[in-house]
Design a protein around this ligand. Sequence first.
Ligand code: GLN
Length: 499
Amino acid sequence: MNDTTTAATFFGHPRGLSTLFFTEFFERFSYYGMRALLVLFLTATVANGGLGVDDATAGSIYGIYAGAVYLFALPGGWVADRLLGTRRSIWIGGALIAIGNLLLALPASMFVFMVGLLIIALGTGLLKPNISALVGELYEGKPGAFRDAAFSIFYMGINLGGLLAPLVSGTVGEMFNFRYGFLTAGLAMLLGLVQFKVTGHYLGSAGLTPKSTTDAERTAGFRWVWAGIVLIIAVVASAGLGLFAISAPVVADVFRHLMYAIAALYFSYILLFGGLDSAEKRRVWVMIALFMGSAVFWAGFEQAGTTFNLFARDLTDRSFLGSFFASGEHPATWYQSFNSVCIIALSPFFAWLWLALGRRNLDPSAPVKFGLGLIMLGAGFVVLLLAAQLILASGGKVGPQWLLLTYLLHTTGELCLSPVGLSNFTKLAPNRYVSQLMGMWFLATAIGNLAAGQIGGHIGSDVHTMPTEFLHMTMYGVGCGTLMLLFGPMLRRWMGAVR
Ligand code: GLN
């Protein structure tokens, strides 16, 4: 690594961290800005500038898109490792995201819109896992605590993007024209790319080359990539020519079962034929438990983009600051920012809490933290359950405090589960399987996101179905969380020396 990478000038960290911080800031800005508008745009009537699809279809499209984003992280990581290196993967991924968003911004057909979503999902799969990996690469050989601090700063970049995007893209999209909102998401990614190019030299040589592969392996790898691209183009072209009709809810269902099958096959394979000793096998069982907990958690949490977005639009009294807007209401998408606000506000507290508990030897194990996270998820749905009943009783809308409280509870759950899961997957995985098992962590997120779209599409903004559905979500969260707590001591033993 050359000197430019080690000159500490960004919060006491290498300048390269600022390059990655801002690239991820713009990428997440683009992701959450577009996502805030997606379901609102799909369900808005054509007269109101939307596509006029029903809730179930909109939820399924959202689920397929968000599921694909995380699923494509698997090939995305592989392409960087074997073929392109992280730097070029981030660059190409970012370019695809920008192109995809610009396609969404065109006043074109539903088909063009779907192609745009596909391109964004492919680009995010290429960018998102690799930018985190590049943060890691930048800190190779540096002390663990320094690296942890770098990831905390990086996570702030993610949430700064998540905070500002709905306020900018959401407001523009809702108040003026959805297409302009998508345009701002595309422009944000373009700014991120320019920034990445201009300040790229701060990264020194980090991420320039793929991990050691032979020329023959690379040639074979590129063949697979080209085969994948041809397959995707063939499927898209046949759909465009109307050779087969696609029903989003059916595709979503097939896609979800396919992901269950991948998970079941992979875990069976590694347990039966992975050549693991009994301690390693027990740790894989812990990962299976965390995998299931994570999928359930995101299935509830990621309804932020579906159920909660529609709840904000149709059932929340948005008259506060309403006089500034022609509609008399502030934009529904503003609520999408609140998760990031809570993350930024609560992260220091959680960091302190785990350290303080650790000092007294009371630091909860990962399964116990997952249990707590799932229970907080359930608690968030109790709040909405009560709000829905209030709406049914009064016939009106409820104040913003209900949705805000749900987001707050869900964010505490996220802080118990998301960073914990990520670091424990790296620690629990047998060395030779780390990247594959990291892929499984992304797969759990993908399953959760897809399910969140399907559930959100089923609930829609129909307040009559809400009490029952929110009760189910509460039962899933609290039930799975309690199971995690009950099995916690056993899972902790199975973790062995991993803490
Ligand atoms: N909010 C985080 C991000 O955007 C984590 C999202 C997730 O894992 N579902 O990176």
